[in-house]
Design a protein around this ligand. Sequence first.
Ligand SMILES: NC(=O)c1ccc[n+]([C@@H]2O[C@H](COP(=O)([O-])OP(=O)(O)OC[C@H]3O[C@@H](n4cnc5c(N)ncnc54)[C@H](OP(=O)(O)O)[C@@H]3O)[C@@H](O)[C@H]2O)c1
Length: 327
Amino acid sequence: MDYTRLGRTGIKISKIVLGTMQMGWRVEEEESFKVMDKAIELGINCFDTADVYTYWADNSYPGKTEEIIGRWIKDRETRDDLILATKLRGAMSEDINDRGLSRRHVHQAIQNSLKRLQTSWIDLYQIHSFDSDTPIEETLHALNLLVDKGLVNYIGASNIHPWMLVESFWISKLNGYVRFETVQPPYSIIRRMLVEHQMEHVIKKYGLGVIPYSPLAGGFLTDRYSSEGPLPDTPRSVGAQKRYFTEKRWKIHETVKEIAQSKDVKMTQIAIAWILTKEFITAPIIGANSVEQLEENFVSIDIKLDEDEIKRLDEVSNWVDDYEAIR
Ligand SMILES: NC(=O)c1ccc[n+]([C@@H]2O[C@H](COP(=O)([O-])OP(=O)(O)OC[C@H]3O[C@@H](n4cnc5c(N)ncnc54)[C@H](OP(=O)(O)O)[C@@H]3O)[C@@H](O)[C@H]2O)c1
């Protein structure tokens, strides 16, 4: 396993991050433990989670995933082996203040995440998205205090606009606060514009670590989906249909499939290997529902795409034309 520096920070993470959003939703505790065991065995040292996972699932609630990870950490005594990333921002209960990025909620959220995860520190604490009701100064001040107290090592931002990030850097600098060291945007071969349009410039200029989510577009970039066939039997398929079923995306799907067949590998592996060709990416966060899926996706780090394959994939997924069209 190759380890790579997380942005400007002093820590190194594996080229693949294990996502955990499926734990307590698509996968129950027993299988979740097996997936995490296998991840450690493969050398994956960075896990990503969030306090709100998995509030949307039947028979679940916000905090369930962190609780599963916490029990696994305790049972397997793995805390020292992990770079643990979690997030705050979403609604944790009906209480109108039990959400957002206020100073009050930052202090409440960290205590609850630490308790659920059965740890005394978080390596990377990320805002899940911005909070237009709270001044960013207030949030950064509160996060800075968590770092000073040793509860958090680094802070990061997910689902944030590039201009907000740059504004936050100036506020951190002016006040002597720590700054966001990582970003976590959605990024895949069918969803490039959001990152490559402006965020990529910010990433390079400010030396950010980049751990993108949904590298398989929630499962769309697998051969379970086809333009003619029925929707696969998964709760994610309706969302995939709404977001991704367009002519252009089916063309991308087809190209990924053709290249996978020509190399005798899986579509998932081509989709992830393509992301790994982008130098500004630190490590994609993969979602795996089973040990088999994890092993399959993990192999991506060894797949080498040649120049022609990269060119074909880049061209078929080129977003610049789309951008010009909507401008
Ligand atoms: N910051 C945010 O707002 C945000 C949002 C989303 C996710 N995330 C993070 O990113 C992680 C990954 O996101 P994601 O789950 O959307 O990633 P993804 O890799 O795009 O999608 C994962 C889904 O793809 C399918 N899949 C995965 N491996 C497969 C394989 N080998 N063969 C066939 N199907 C396969 C499964 O779909 P089925 O379940 O349909 O079987 C799985 O649920 C999450 O766990 C979470 O940590 C963050």
